[in-house]
Write a protein that binds this ligand. Structure first.
Ligand SMILES: [Zn+2]
Ligand SMILES: [Zn+2]
Length: 126
């Protein structure tokens, strides 16, 4: 039982690390060879987060997404229809960050945001 759980953690970590985009627990569940219940998956995800191997992202759609801590994403686009999420790398916030630092007298350490839209696949379905 204990060994199976360790195997599960490893399998989940592997799924997250090889995924191109951040993924939800539901998608992870679908990719697992054994089909453990959601609470078992969430326990494994919590463990991996505590070990700082993965990062979670909460969105307004009430879905939590997970991605590898090796990928320092900070900008995403989220599809409002199918809930797919993708990182993007064009930083648009740099100048805003400087302005906010001056105006609010904060030392900004990082920024993190996502755009909500409709992905190409979902647009084609409409
Ligand atoms: Zn979509
Ligand atoms: Zn940025």
């Amino acid at each position: 039982m204990k060994r199976a759980f360790t195997g599960l953690r490893k399998e989940i970590l592997n799924i997250i690390e090889t995924s191109q985009n951040p993924i939800s627990a539901k998608v992870i569940q679908g990719k697992l060879s054994l089909k453990p219940d959601t609470s078992t998956i969430y326990r494994a995800l919590k463990f991996l987060q505590e070990k700082e191997l993965i990062v979670s992202l909460n969105t307004s759609k009430n879905i939590q997404y997970f991605y590898s801590a090796n990928k320092p994403y900070s900008h995403f686009i989220l599809c409002n229809e199918c809930s797919k999420i993708e990182p993007f790398y064009d930083c648009v916030a740099f100048h805003v960050q400087e302005k906010i630092e001056r105006e609010y007298e904060y030392k900004i350490l990082d920024h993190f945001f996502y755009f909500i839209g409709v992905c190409k696949d979902c647009q084609n379905k409409q």
